[in-house]
Design a protein around this ligand. Sequence first.
Ligand code: FES
Length: 351
Amino acid sequence: MGFEAPERARIAYPRACWYVACESSALRKRPIARTVLGTPLALFRGDDARPAALLDRCAHRNLPLSEGHVLAGNVECPYHGWQYDAQGLCRRVPALAEAPEHKGRSVPAFPVVEQQGYIWVFMEPGRAPTGLPYSFPHLGDADYGSIRFASEVEATLHATLENMLDVPHTAFLHRGLFRGGPKRPITAIVRRFGDRAEAEYIGEPRPSGLAGRLLAPRGGTVVHFDRFLLPSIVQVEYRLDESHLVVTNALTPVADFHTRFVSVASFCLPLPSLLVRLVLEPLAKRIFRQDARILRLQTDAARRFGGESYVSTEVDLLGPHIWRLLKQAEQTGMPPAGAAPELERRVELHV
Ligand code: FES
């Protein structure tokens, strides 16, 4: 057909780490179904309303436990009524005279932590997590306002992570909303550590769009960092004088081309919180809709061509590093936090 054979899609999932399964508010008295890394989970609240996550398949005849009920802290299968506790042990077989506990009757249980209004699941059942889930900065801080948002896109984890940290597209796709005035040179310092990558922008004028004017009504030069942290956190941080805005997204790969995310935008700005909310929320949603459409088109093209094909320039600052870190973590596990960068590069760009 005259084009080069595409690469296979860039799909890599570090498994032994925490992902957001749902918002705390989504998990009430009934079990719910969620899929993380292609694995169906039944989430429910066990003893003391503590959240639990089991593989969503009854050991008896494969029924989804998420279709059942919660009774006395156990989840009950809707078919024959087998009950499982938060550790996945079978605690009741209604028609059986003998004790129900038996090794072969248990289902895999995943470590769960409820934190800052989110339920995080560690995606290696039966393995002790090495640390706690990521903590969103300034959420609940008395000096900051916060906006939460959640949505999903039809795209790979890698494509979504890259999109959220990609500066050049903001001046083009989101012209007028975020950037898009006369182009100006900016210097970026790109650093890759063992467990993360970041771009620090030097001498960046306040972005010209509505979001930039909100951040700094009087203009000026902003301190701007874009960050990726394994396994799936992206963060954009702006500071100017007293103003501070940090937007953190925690992404959850549902399936190869389906990524869910939760966002927390925390801000300390010289404007009333209510006003910031009124402007920032619809603006963020509009920007998100534009990105979601582009990511869906990217996915459609990958499917049509049987895979992806990438050509990058040096202003694709973080995408290649994100892919490298994801792939390494998938193959060799989560690396320790690195204090010193293993790579540092200076890039000039015009946005
Ligand atoms: Fe679950 Fe029979 S299938 S109890």
